[in-house]
Design a binder for this molecule. Structure first.
Ligand SMILES: [Zn+2]
Length: 334
């Protein structure tokens, strides 16, 4: 971690200031091993392999640890090299455009391997702080350490070790994996400065009945419990079906003159068309994602609207992304 991260940190227990007590190992600007404490409650937090650690998987609730562990494993076994990531992210945070990031202090709630942090920094953010509970922080740190304005923190999204210091926060495909997503929503919103903005993307309940009735029982009773390497291989079967359908039917039809009118009537067309350009690996990741997580909530528009209302947000824009998920953008007030 870089010392400039300190200005954004606060104790997750009492909100007190965090101070650096000792540095055991550093590399230029980067503190690799060290020790912090809270000025308020004197609790200690370590820096391990460059990442300040505010949560230990063996000491948090079992459901959160299981979800974090499943995604951590996934992120270490899939690589990310698709150039479509920029457009994909902009689809999730619409109406936000790259210019919006200029000079902003940005919070990435559930940063995984840091894919979106890198885009935020590329688009001009002043500082980007990525928080994740899983082991993916190791990869995120490796991917972002060379940049002076990217910071990775291991912590629980519901107990953020941060001050209310952010111009903008986004959370993409993360809080629906919490037992109660509204708690994660509230927690992230509470770190945004008055007048700052928030973007959230979650799985929708609408149009996803086939997932909640067929895939969910399979996921909770079977696929999230089996050995992950076995699941990785097993998930190639549904991926092959998905891949064939998007490459042979949905993609060509939607791109052809006259075909789009027919495609509109096909099952799940908007989404299938949106992923038809993805390669095998990306589609495999999507399928694996839906099968591995012990917790996944599919959120109704009504619930989603309520979160924004309860947070006192204004100028809220809600969109139905690919007709299967909800994205929201709004201003957080004082
Ligand atoms: Zn404290």
């Amino acid at each position: 971690m870089k010392k400039r991260l300190l200005q954004y940190l606060a104790c997750p227990e009492c909100g007190g200031d965090i101070r650096l007590l000792s540095v055991a190992k550093e590399d230029g600007e980067e503190i690799l091993e060290g020790d912090f404490d809270c000025v308020g409650c004197a609790k200690h937090f370590p820096v391990v392999r460059g990442v300040p650690r505010f949560a230990e998987l063996d000491k948090i609730e079992e459901d959160k640890a299981a979800t974090a562990s499943s995604f951590g494993w996934e992120w270490q076994h899939f690589t990310q090299e698709d150039e479509r990531y920029g457009d994909q992210m902009l689809g999730w945070i619409d109406p936000v455009k790259p210019e919006f990031f200029k000079d902003k202090v940005v919070l990435d709630g559930g940063c995984g391997k840091g894919r979106h942090m890198m885009l935020a920094a590329e688009w001009g953010a002043r500082d980007v702080i990525g928080v994740d509970l899983s082991d993916a922080v190791e990869s995120a740190f490796a991917a972002t350490r060379s940049a002076g304005n990217m910071h990775v923190v291991q912590a629980d999204l519901c107990r953020l070790p941060l001050k209310r210091a952010f111009d903008y926060a986004y959370t993409i495909g993360v809080i629906h994996h919490l037992i109660d997503p509204s708690v994660g929503f509230k927690s992230l919103a509470s770190k945004i400065k008055p007048g700052g903005h928030f973007s959230v993307w979650v799985y929708g309940a609408e149009n996803n009945r086939w997932i909640t009735t067929i895939v969910n029982p399979l996921r909770t009773r079977f696929t999230s419990r089996i050995n992950r390497r076995a699941l990785l291989h097993l998930s190639k079967v549904p991926t092959a079906i998905l891949y064939a359908a998007t490459k042979l039917i949905y993609g060509p039809l939607n791109r052809s003159q006259g075909g789009a009118a027919i495609a509109r009537h096909l099952f799940y067309n908007d989404y299938m068309n949106s992923i038809s350009g993805f390669g095998w690996r990306e589609q495999h990741t999507i399928v694996f994602d839906h099968l591995v997580a012990p917790t996944a909530n599919y959120v109704t528009r009504e619930e989603f609207e309520k979160w924004w209302k309860d947070a006192g947000a204004s100028d809220v824009v809600i969109g139905w992304h690919n007709k299967n998920s909800w994205r929201g953008f709004g201003k957080i007030n004082g």
